[in-house]
Design a protein around this ligand. Sequence first.
Ligand SMILES: Nc1nc2c(ncn2[C@@H]2O[C@H](COP(=O)(O)OP(=O)(O)OP(=O)(O)O)[C@@H](O)[C@H]2O)c(=O)[nH]1
Ligand SMILES: [Mg+2]
Length: 322
Amino acid sequence: MNIGLVGHVDHGKTTLVQALSGEWTDQHSEEMKRGISIRLGYADATFRECPGLDEPERYTVDETCPDGSESELLRTVSFVDAPGHETLMATMLSGAAIMDGAVLVVSASEPVPQAQTEEHLMALDIIGIDNIVIAQNKIDLVDREQAEDSYQQIQEFVEGTVAEDAPVVPISAQQEVNIDLLIQAIEEEIPTPERDPDADPRMHVARSFDINRPGTTWDSLVGGVLGGSLVEGELTEGDDLELRPGREVEEGGQTEWEPIQTDIRSLQAGGARRATPSPDRSPERPAACRRRGGSSPWRWTCSNGSSALTTRTSTRSRPASP
Ligand SMILES: Nc1nc2c(ncn2[C@@H]2O[C@H](COP(=O)(O)OP(=O)(O)OP(=O)(O)O)[C@@H](O)[C@H]2O)c(=O)[nH]1
Ligand SMILES: [Mg+2]
């Protein structure tokens, strides 16, 4: 399942993903140069609990509890880290399309709401994402009075919105303060959706990677890598696949879309190769998209946290127009 990280630029979404997953999702050189997220980031986190401890201290992402015992697995979730910059709203919206719930990150050190705090919440509302937890971040930068003031502002801001009843958890993502309380809130507010593994498979594609040599014509395409969210059914290596809407074709002055027929060469979920990923069975830690060496294009493997598949493309010729 996918949990979105949304909110205004610089409020700490990527830092929070790192605190929960151990991964810094801003990998692109332009992101590092500008210090902002530009593309959607993906990382998996495994929530665990220490049975010997009280709430909220029992919630953790560590395998070892403070008393030295081994923590027990609760579930693995995939984070979709959205960019907060005002010019990147379209990117946030494409990520929101695969979110099952969201953490709205709001900085306690700025007046509430900032522009994209408001716009991102509005987007969740329109898309119908109502499993929301609010992370009131950067509490290490404010005193108690400012933190309480910011909390009041958040409450007033969410009144009458889809986040009206969302818990507000004060945290410091950078200092890793109250992360256990945040995990508890996510566990309570953002349940894993019921999905039917026996239904026809349906995968929402969030991103794709071109593995063909530059200049390759369409009839020589060898395939690609798709990352996204498998929302129903199961996929197996070797399965035939139809990509929709597919390829844009023009005929007789009319533009049409032709579905692309392909088959699955390899599958990954939760960073590990598997023959048959199905929704929400990915306890392993993630691996980012990477080229694994060798000359074969099929050695590209990647994961968006949920599923990634490598396809071999063949375009089936269109039936002749009547
Ligand atoms: N003091 C303090 N700084 C924080 C905290 N969380 C994040 N930061 C800092 O705030 C800055 C922005 O953090 P990011 O995690 O990149 O913010 P973001 O929301 O992902 O930003 P965009 O993706 O560009 O919208 C960085 O310098 C972080 O170190 C926090 O809890 N306390
Ligand atoms: Mg970011």
